[in-house]
Design a protein around this ligand. Sequence first.
Ligand code: TEU
Ligand code: CA
Length: 533
Amino acid sequence: MDSKWWHNSVVYQVYPRSFKDSNGDGIGDLQGILSKLDYIKELGADMIWLCPVYASPNDDNGYDISNYYQIHPEFGTMEDMDLLIAEADKRGIGIMMDIVANHTSDEHPWFIESKSSKNNPYRDYYVWRDGVDDGPPSELQSIFSGSAWELDSETDQYYLHMFSKKQPDLNWHHPPVREAIYEVMRFWINKGIKGFRFDVIDLIAKELDQGIIANGPLLHTYLQEMHREVLEDADIVTVGETGGADLEQAILFTSAERKELDMVFSFEHIALDEQAGRQKWDLKMLDLDDLKRVLSNWQTGLAGKGWNSLFWSNHDQPRIVSRWGNDQEFRYESATMLGTLLHLMRGTPYIYQGEEIGMTNVQFPELESYRDIETINMYRERKEQGFSHGDIMESIYVKGRDNARTPMQWNAEDNAGFTEGTPWIGINPNYSAINVENDLNGDKSIYQFYKKLIKLRKNNELIVYADYRLLDSEPEVFAYARNYQNEEWRVLCNFTGREVESSLLCDGEIIVRNYDSPAKKLRPYEAIVYKLK
Ligand code: TEU
Ligand code: CA
């Protein structure tokens, strides 16, 4: 396979609202990110995936865009954005813009026009249908609860919204819509950005009348068109959010000769603790065998055919150390073990802000402390269905998106050093113990461990390109081998808080380990990487 510059890239994801506030209004902003560029550089990341910073009424924290060519005033100005691109570039860091192209805000001028009359030229920019028997056109449900259809009483038709009713879906079958999005992409490429992350890109080619939402028959046609029209001559990297994609589909999206995307985010591994049908609120324990099977399948299945993204967390997911690690007694050990497992795999790793210091989930007692529209809508819906407050809160504590959205914990000062004002969402009360300053000064630093993992990738082609093989191991242990040019590395990870024996412990050269001293058994959440002799 031809090598590409982004094959050994490491991406750091910034959720601007919660990263660093520079002016005391309680909202993270572009100047805040600028002030922390050296922090990201020091970690070793060379791309920043920037969640949306465009003009937006903020119904879904920026995933509802009202102008793709403007910066939301809460985040700063276009001058700040240009400066961020330039300053990042000086440090060898590329900016990856988040493009939300499946829907816009209902306050986007296209929608305002579209809604104004049935024969407005923009009508077909969105998906409009007549109702059926005084009700919506179909039973289709929104991902954020309730019907996916909203009646516009003026024109007496319903518009589609797969997310909130303030996020009407664009109609990609209408060529001017596609051209308008390509124009947005060209604008940002001309500004010097180095990548795009495409929000729910697998939904754009929906065929409503056939009941198809994800992976519509024209999806690949559209992506190939986008590649021809925009991406062909731009040396940027693309990643599509395709939550439901299986391996076969991922090969179609990411194989180089098809000219679609460079990689995709599949949710197969992070859906393993969901009940069937992606019912994320109905809790289920992770079975390590499932995780071994799924990650290994992607590692071997995409080999030579496409490219993997590697991630444990993002702004929609709970914190990984609270989820599949142990965020109490073994916070350092489990955070570094999970980091090791992921960062020694083939693909491009993504680190979500705060993961590098082992930030944890949060538990606010009242719904009023939560800001996420998905969480709030779900609470109301389940309350109506008769669930108890306690049960719903339990789901929110485990799966709610605000777990990832509490502000970055920089130090033990007021508001964790995130803001001098009142933060837009509560800070995790554990900030006085868990914060960047403490982590860096402690003798067990998760940040320093992540830094080591990143450096290792930069210095060893083996990590980037080697073959992958799952090793037969004890049920508590996730172990795999990487083989490259007559060299073999072995990765051993204990997924429990107990000591376990492992037949795979050996006397190879130790490349990394999250304990200082050798031992005859794997200790709680121990991770070891060997180079075999
Ligand atoms: O998310 C798409 C998506 O389907 C899920 O991740 C969803 O957010 C939820 O967690 C399902 O339970 C993307 C963005 O990442 C997300 O932040 C946006 O809210 C959503 O699209 C709409 O733009
Ligand atoms: Ca601010």
